[in-house]
Write a protein that binds this ligand. Structure first.
Ligand code: ARG
Length: 474
């Protein structure tokens, strides 16, 4: 088969060189974007008088036929097709002859073409991921809603620290996921720049209508610099980075779910439907899904690292190194799309062991800080109050007592400011109720957070509906 660029060469490409440089095996999946882009390009060429209307129609029909064949797996790819762009162009030429088919690539290079395809593909993937993310936030909201009043030991340094509501804990993840969503919205705007017309690197010398291409291909803007347009991949880097942050959030959640499901914690029980057994130890119920969520962060962060390294020190403008972007982006998008709905399902099916949580909340002197604050409010300087409460904790733990069980006479021995009202202050529910400040764990505040995020989710659904109109196959 003759190459797109064969005439300058007197010898055939070595087989091994060809297979090393080919991207067809993985960029095949871009065929629909490539054909959409080509159809818009040909229509624009015809409308600007660069090719005739008649030729334009013939090429568009051939492109549509190629698309059908590819869709039904009936297209015969050749080993000599370097990439999907080459394969499609060959398909067109085979159908309509090189006299007309040869006009498809007028005023275009594979360099701006591949940039276009990747941007179109990523716009779709970002919209899909945003939809999954929105659904996951709804699962988190419903968990928070159903556990609105459940007291929970809040941790720092993985040591019991202060009482919180379990709903507050879940809503912390709600906040993280919201920011992940917003980052993707920004990423979408950065991806939404139409690069055709940049040619190989310098722009093209034909009177092309780039704005028309942008309209036809549902882009809101055109790229402003042709050299940047063919060599920039920061929209992809941004995607890999956003996906990495999202996955880091999910892996923190995964780690907590794994920990909470141990017999040591026993806070939750995984549903049989989403747990796995051990081939050797009959008693085991393993959190493999959460472990894989945690584990797959490795590849997602790795993909980000790889693309950063590909781009580092790469001179302008297009270099073949850039071909390495695709597998990294595809793998990340596939991984995230698989994980998000699964995480939602697993969370939904998880049983919360209220008794175990209650038992662990009652131990650990979670209201020690409240006791110090109590003394402060009675005029004791905070540092001194901290010291006094430390002594109380030591005494209680040596005598296996809780704050509630400690007699008033003993309290008085630690400090004269202690009074009957201390028993209110050290109660878990009072402690939580006292954190009635925006962002605090008091029921009223958490309920407000849930309400506010629920409204946000509804707004985002509307925004996403509009965003989808700027996409292709979602
Ligand atoms: N397969 C190439 C890629 O993915 C397409 C662009 C090739 N351009 C070139 N001048 N060889 O980047």
């Amino acid at each position: 088969m003759k190459k797109l660029w064969g005439s300058r060469f007197t010898q055939e490409t070595e087989k091994r060189a060809l297979s090393f440089t080919s991207s067809l095996s993985f960029d095949k999946r871009l065929y629909r974007y490539d054909i959409l882009g080509s159809i818009a390009h040909v229509r624009m060429l015809a409308s600007c008088g660069i090719i005739s209307e008649g030729d334009g129609e013939v090429i568009v029909a051939a492109l549509e036929e190629v698309e059908k064949e590819m869709f039904h797996d009936q297209f015969s790819y050749l080993e000599s097709d370097e990439d999907i762009h080459t394969a499609i162009e060959r398909g067109v030429v085979e159908k309509v002859g090189s006299e007309i088919g040869g006009k498809l690539h007028t005023a275009r290079s594979r360099n701006d073409q591949v940039a276009l395809d990747l941007r179109m593909y990523l716009k779709d993937e970002q919209a899909k991921i945003m939809a999954f993310l929105g659904e996951l936030i709804e699962v988190v909201l419903s968990l928070a809603h159903h556990n609105l009043d459940l007291l929970f030991p809040g941790y720092t340094h993985l040591q019991r620290a202060q009482p919180v509501l379990l709903s507050h804990h879940f809503m912390a993840y709600g906040e993280m996921l919201r920011r992940d969503y917003e980052r993707l919205e920004i990423n979408f705007e950065h991806t939404d720049h139409m690069p055709l017309g940049s040619g190989a690197l310098a722009g093209v010398s034909y009177p092309v209508d780039r704005e028309m291409l942008a309209r036809e291909l549902k882009f809101s803007r055109i790229t402003r610099n042709s050299m940047d347009a063919v060599s920039d991949r920061d929209f992809a880097l941004e995607f890999l980075s956003n996906a990495s942050i999202l996955m880091v959030h999910l892996s923190r959640l995964a780690e907590e779910m794994i920990l909470w499901s141990t017999s040591e914690f026993g806070f939750i029980e995984l549903s049989d439907r989403y747990a796995t057994g051990s081939s050797m130890m009959p008693q085991k119920k393993n959190p493999d899904i959460w472990e894989l969520v945690r584990g797959k962060v490795g590849r997602v962060i790795g993909n980000l690292g790889s693309l950063l390294v590909v781009l580092k020190g790469l001179p302008l403008s297009y270099n073949r190194d850039l071909q390495e972007d695709k597998e990294l982006v595809f793998d990340t998008a596939d991984t995230v799309k698989e994980i998000l709905p699964l995480v939602g399902d697993v969370l939904r099916s998880t049983k919360i062991n209220q008794d175990r949580i209650a038992a662990s909340t009652s131990r650990g002197f979670l209201t020690a800080t409240d006791m110090a604050d109590y003394l402060v409010k009675k005029g004791v300087p905070f540092r001194k109050a901290h010291h006094i409460v430390g002594k109380v904790v030591l005494y209680c733990s040596q005598n296996s007592l809780t704050f509630e069980e400690l007699g008033m006479d003993i309290y008085k021995q630690f400090d004269r400011h202690f009074d009957q009202d201390i028993y209110e202050v050290v109660s878990l529910s009072k402690s939580i109720a006292s954190k009635n400040i925006v962002g605090g764990t008091a029921r009223q505040q958490v309920a407000y957070q849930i309400e506010e995020t629920t409204r946000w989710v509804e707004e985002k659904k509307e925004d996403l509906r509009k965003l989808r109109e700027r996409c292709y196959f979602v």
